[in-house]
Design a protein around this ligand. Sequence first.
Ligand code: XMP
Length: 521
Amino acid sequence: MEPSSTQDRILILDFGSQVTQLIARRVRESGVYCEVWPYNKADGGRIAGFNPRGVIFSGGPASVTEGESPRAPAEVFGMGLPILGICYGQQTLAAQLGGVVEGGHAREFGRAVVDVTGECALTHGVWAVGARETVWMSHGDRITVLPPGFRVVAESEGAPFALIANDERRTYGTMFHPEVVHTPHGAALLRNFTHDVCGCQGDWTMGAYRAQAVARIRAQVGQGRVVCGLSGGVDSSVAAVLIHEAIGEQLTCIYVDHGLMRANESEQVVATFRDRFNIKLVHVDASELFLGQLSGVTDPEVKRKTIGRLFIEVFEAEQAKLGGADFLAQGTLYPDVIESVSATGGPSVTIKSHHNVGGLPDWMRMQLVEPLRDLFKDEVRALGRELGMPEEIVGRHPFPGPGLAIRIPGEVTREKAELLRRVDTIYLEEIRAAGLYDAIWQAFAVLLPVRTVGVMGDGRTYDMACALRAVTSTDGMTADVFPFSMEFLTRVAGRIVNEVRGVNRVTYDITSKPPGTIEWE
Ligand code: XMP
């Protein structure tokens, strides 16, 4: 999907950096549409077709001094486009324009300080001459001879050419990473590039996206019928409301309730989609089927597979009852479809697939409608707000497809699920009351398969134990433990043990990811 022809766009050529996506996020946060392409998928023709206002070269793991290392397509330097090279991108830019890059110098990793020695359009209004500025570096090689026409604007001990500029060519290079938060003025430097150097207007808003996406969905679907598997999560919910805005009655949502949702979640899905947005919704209560088939199952993988298989069976049966459909809607996001450059920087590219329990298999072979393919998670949330969706859905923590089943180690039963829901509700109530919900990526309770001895009043108890988990994260790939105060944790524990009969002990999971995972199974 592309923005309208009048909208400014920036092209990011990826050389395999771990943080390339952050460049895209910073550019978009400044209101400019951008796409990430592998460096070796871009040639003059494709770039001209995309018609960017400027090009950014990402960092990457390779060394310019090695023979086979990646290079930017030569044509890009002759198109009159502004260029910003970051880290490896700066080095290949320098080498390709006639400078010299050498390895074997002192390596710089992490926080560094640069001295600002000059001015250029990139630093205008952000860094003053004579200032010492904090940046984040990660490199071994460095430029030793500048390409003709370039001058140094900032230098550090390990990188005498920390920022180089050629205002005439509108070409810049930074040895440091402006896209990471550890470079405090990095976003402002990038904004200077996109807005001042490239002349972008910053008019890529969710309001504009909404109108364009609606037009594209109408053009794709025509008079066809679309089904959407609703999970209650943010992505499928926003996709459904957007598609409904585009094609109304041609959309039917199917919500397969496996009986392992959080408290009131099913009611909320029905209330929101059917009652508030007037979307055709099939609500299937399949809890008997799911819980029946999970009876006696304790292995986490078997649990996941059982739930995944049943989900597809139920979804297919419901869809058949509707008389079939032409399109399947999915809440696929941009990080799922960005083609990644392999770690060696070599030419092999892979596409990350969007696979999890609650997803549908390839053999369903319906054409896909994926209106969120261009968006990052925070943009999906912004779009949901733009569409008038309630904050409880738009701001909701991620919830796994297999639901509470993977938060009940051991056999899953209806009674255990109910017990866990009550614990979870108290925990989340307290988190919201303390104003912490939005600071946490995910918070939930786990019902442990152990019984422990306790004392309540004059009596001895022998009941179940639970664990509480809360983590911060940006994408779920890594996670840190959320540092609740002891006062908060003891208050929650007190409420759980007093209010949930059957649970007499509460623990807090303090494992980061890695080595732990976020979910327990
Ligand atoms: P883990 O436990 O692997 O989880 O650290 C990372 C993130 O993914 C979520 N998760 C899932 N989401 N279907 C989903 O839709 C699944 O099968 C699934 N398993 C884990 C998890 O909640 C966390 O946000």
